[in-house]
Design a protein around this ligand. Structure first.
Ligand code: ASP
Length: 425
């Protein structure tokens, strides 16, 4: 009875059980250690098993744009009425840039010292992935002409298109502008829209919290599909590269631990144990966005963060703060540059640092997005984008771990700004 109650209350435990069950069933169905059923039957079985995951993700996609938009507008508007906006808005943005830069520097350091790309035989890689010489050709790279265009495109000219296409970064900028303008107006002018937005926010949050009930089933289906299809063997060749990414992500967790202890002044072990729900959900869904309802719930209920802080930091952080993704992207670029024997000059490294900072901000918080956005960084240094193909076979597992780090970073930021605003105001 006690165990049953505990299980019902703890999402992380349900997810861990689903992970273990999914892993076992995936191994049994797959080629590596299991019965190795034929591909058609496997596709058939996994397409049925992925129904809960698809329903869950559709619910999230259905609701995420209005949820992010309303959360940011309502939060900025509420903060604008107090002194908190200056502390939070500027402070949080600066903090995000600092932690992402730390992640990037850790990545540059590890990738240069370990040099995972130099340990791999490129000819063997080319053959096993069946790539033509043309596809392997390296390129010119970044040019200063690209900057003005990129900067001008930050403000969305047509927010409706951004909405329809789910461009989260443009939506975020639009929401910030609307929220700031509402805060600047007399209360009566902003109130009708504010009431409406608050109502939309509550309804979308309710749908999201409700959809969390599907998560354990979704995780089971996702993991069976991944383990049975990808197989363990295909991951072995890229072991050192994966090890470097995982090591870097581990260093970031250490950085968060120090920040929690020194800046947020929170006890490490009890705080980390409160992170468990969002961490397990982000690990299994590989999407910070899909984890957002749990992250918000944890911030409010377990970490007792001031709701004004959490309702701003979490949606904002989920959209722009991806330390794990930035770290992964930089290690991946170095890995491919080493693999393709591209010498990286100091200027090229600097360009990688800046583009990965921007790319991680612009990466949508959904599975695999970090790898797709990676192609922009590859182009800036002239690595053939086909290099991504090499990374894709091991992407899912790294995605799961980096997403967990992304979410841990957002929660750490919440603790930091909860402390700062409580002290200051
Ligand atoms: N899956 C990551 C996230 O949602 C983004 C990425 O692909 O790195 O946070």
């Amino acid at each position: 009875m006690l165990l049953k109650n505990y299980l019902f209350k703890n999402l992380w435990l349900q997810v861990v059980i689903s992970l273990i069950l999914g892993l076992s069933v995936g191994l049994i169905l797959g080629d590596d250690v299991g019965v190795g059923i034929d591909d058609n039957t496997l596709d058939f079985a996994t397409s049925y098993l992925s129904i809960p995951a698809n329903i869950f993700l559709s619910l999230i996609y259905m609701i995420i744009v209005p949820l992010i938009f309303t959360s940011i507008v309502v939060a900025v508007n509420a903060l604008g009425a107090t002194d908190k906006l200056k502390t939070l808005g500027l402070g949080v943005s600066t903090y995000f840039v600092i932690t992402t830069t730390i992640a990037i520097l850790v990545a540059v350091l590890l990738a240069s010292i370990i040099a995972p790309g130099s340990l791999i035989d490129i000819a063997a890689m080319q053959e096993s992935y069946d790539l033509s010489d043309n596809e392997m050709k390296t390129d010119e790279g970044f040019s200063l002409d690209d900057i003005p265009n990129a900067v001008s495109n930050i403000i969305p000219r047509n927010p409706i298109t951004s909405y329809l296409e789910g461009q989260m970064f443009s939506i975020l900028i639009f929401a910030l502008i609307v929220g700031l303008s509402m805060a600047a107006l007399p209360k009566e002018s902003a109130k009708p829209l504010l009431d409406l937005l608050e109502s939309v926010q509550k309804i979308t949050l309710h749908i999201l919290l409700f959809s969390m009930k599907i998560v354990p089933f979704a995780v089971f289906g996702l993991i069976v599909g991944m383990v049975s299809k990808v197989g363990i063997a295909s991951m072995a060749g890229l072991g050192v590269y994966m090890g470097t990414v995982v090591l870097g992500l581990g260093v970031m967790v250490l950085v968060y631990t120090l920040i929690l202890k020194i800046v947020a002044k929170r006890p490490i072990s009890s705080t980390f144990s409160k992170f468990r729900n969002p961490q397990t959900v982000s690990f299994s869904t590989a999407s910070s966005m899909a984890t957002m309802p749990v992250t918000l719930k944890t911030a409010d209920e377990d970490l007792k963060i001031d709701p004004q802080v959490s309702k701003f930091v979490i949606p904002f952080g989920t959209t722009v703060n991806m330390d794990g993704t930035a770290l992964y992207q930089v290690i991946a670029v170095f890995f491919l540059a080493q693999l393709f024997s591209i010498e990286l000059s100091i200027l090229a490294i600097f360009v990688i640092i800046i583009t990965s900072l921007l790319a991680s901000i612009g990466t949508p918080a959904v599975p695999g997005a970090g790898t797709i956005v990676l192609s922009t960084i590859l182009i800036t240094v002239g690595i053939p984008p086909v290099g991504i193909l090499l990374l894709l076979s091991v992407d899912r597992i790294l995605d799961m771990i980096r997403t967990m780090v992304n979410v841990t970073g957002d929660l750490t930021a919440c603790c930091v700004f909860d402390k700062i605003t409580r002290d200051k105001l």
